[in-house]
Design a protein around this ligand. Structure first.
Ligand SMILES: CC(C)(COP(=O)(O)OP(=O)(O)OC[C@H]1O[C@@H](n2cnc3c(N)ncnc32)[C@H](O)[C@@H]1OP(=O)(O)O)[C@@H](O)C(=O)NCCC(=O)NCCS
Length: 159
C-alpha cells in the first residue's frame, strides 16, 4: 500500500467539519435526502461514544475523506457480541489508492480494540467491487451476502 501524503492527518471529527463531511456524505449516499443527512449528523455528533467519526485532513484544512463507525450488538461472522462497525467510509476520488482509506479504518480499529471489542464488522453493496477489494486488502473476510426484495402493493383498505 502506498503511504498517504505526509500532510494528511487522521483525527476525530469536530462540529466545524460538518460542511465538508456533509458534502462527502452526500457523495457516498446520494439517495439520502439532505434533511436526513443533517439529522443523522446531529445525532452522530451527540453520540460520540457510540458513533465516532474520523476525518482525513490535509495541511490546508481540506478534508480528503471520512469514516463513520458505531457499536453494534451483532455482525455476521462475529455472532452475538458487541462489535465495532464500519458504517461508511469515503475518500475523495482524486485522492484514492494512497492509503487514506486504510488510515481511517486503522483509526476505527484502534478505537474498537481499545473498547474491548474482538471484531470489526462492515458491509458494502454487492456491486461495489472497489470497496470489496479494499476490504479484502485491509484484512477483512467475506462473512455473508444479503439480497433485499421489494414488491409494490395494490392500494387497499385495512380489513
Ligand atoms: C473504498 C475507499 C474508501 C478506499 O479508500 P482508499 O483511500 O482508496 O483506500 P486505500 O488507498 O487505503 O487502500 C487500502 C487497500 O485497498 C486497496 N484498494 C482500494 N481501492 C481499491 C479498488 N478500487 N480496487 C482494488 N483494491 C483497492 C488498496 O490497493 C489497498 O491495498 P494494499 O494495502 O494491498 O495496497 C474509496 O475507494 C472510496 O471512497 N470509495 C467510494 C465509497 C465506498 O465505496 N465506500 C465503501 C463502502 S461504505
Amino acid at each position: 500500500m502506498k503511504k498517504p501524503r505526509g500532510s494528511i492527518v487522521v483525527r476525530r471529527a469536530h462540529r466545524t467539519d460538518v460542511p465538508q463531511w456533509l458534502s462527502m456524505r452526500r457523495a457516498l449516499w446520494p439517495d439520502c435526502p439532505l434533511r436526513d443527512h443533517r439529522k443523522e449528523i446531529a445525532g452522530i455528533l451527540a453520540d460520540a461514544r457510540y458513533q465516532p467519526v474520523w476525518v482525513a485532513e490535509d495541511a490546508d484544512g481540506e478534508l480528503a475523506g471520512f469514516l463513520e463507525a458505531s457499536v453494534r450488538n451483532y455482525a455476521d461472522g462475529a455472532g452475538r457480541e458487541n462489535v465495532g462497525y464500519l458504517e461508511g467510509c469515503y475518500v475523495r476520488p482524486r485522492l484514492r489508492k494512497r492509503g487514506i482509506g486504510h488510515e481511517l479504518v486503522k483509526a476505527a480499529e484502534r478505537w474498537a480494540a481499545q473498547r474491548g471489542f474482538r471484531h470489526m464488522g462492515s458491509d458494502t453493496w454487492i456491486g461495489n467491487k472497489g470497496s470489496h477489494c479494499a476490504h479484502l486488502a485491509m484484512g477483512y473476510r467475506e462473512a455473508g451476502r444479503d439480497i433485499h426484495y421489494v414488491k409494490r402493493l395494490k392500494p387497499g383498505r385495512e380489513p
